[in-house]
Write a protein that binds this ligand. Structure first.
Ligand code: CO
Length: 174
């Protein structure tokens, strides 16, 4: 078990389009990797963590999301491997943050409803339609796998302010 270092904004791996996972060759190390990713995500109170955020060139991400709307609902782990968007609907603009840019919160537009296809942690192909926080997490994590960051979706008029804020925040990151 280990809490891993989360790669921060400015590291080139966050701008890399990640390689598809060959499930069978990853399988032996997958349980340990997922456990480490889950612990890391919990330790920094994140909703999701993509592989490049821990320095790995793999198209996969882990999401930790409450099982229900109830207060203090237990977290459910959703692992998406080689995900693809099948369908996207609606638009909502909401504040988002990222473990690779701690302290920065910016409003970005997202689809309200997404359907994605992926391999789950057992290697089974799944198709899931999501709304709410899970839909947002799918889009945020899938961006990471293509080397995109949530701030790329921000209003261009906000970009100079975001840049300035990042410059200030960076001095406090590990
Ligand atoms: Co992120």
């Amino acid at each position: 078990m280990a809490i891993l270092h989360v790669v921060k904004y400015g590291d080139p791996i966050l701008r890399q389009k990640l390689k598809p996972v060959d499930f069978d060759s990853l399988k032996p190390r997958l349980p340990q990797l997922l456990q480490d990713m889950e612990e890391t995500c919990l330790a920094v109170r994140g909703v999701g963590l993509a592989a490049n955020q821990i320095g790995l060139d793999l198209r996969m991400a882990l999401i930790l999301i409450p099982e229900s709307d109830k207060k203090n609902a237990p977290l459910k782990r959703v692992v998406i491997i080689n995900p693809e968007i099948v369908d996207k609907r609606g638009e909502i603009v909401e504040e988002e943050g990222c473990l690779s840019m701690p302290g920065l919160w910016v409003e970005v537009p997202r689809a309200t409803d997404v359907t994605i296809r992926f391999l789950d942690e057992t290697g089974q192909e799944r198709k899931v339609r999501a709304r709410g926080l899970l839909a947002k997490a799918f889009q945020h994590e899938m961006d990471h796998l293509d080397g995109h960051l949530f701030i790329d979706h921000a209003d261009p008029a906000l970009k100079p302010a975001i840049k300035k804020e990042l410059k200030k925040l960076r001095t406090g990151w590990d």
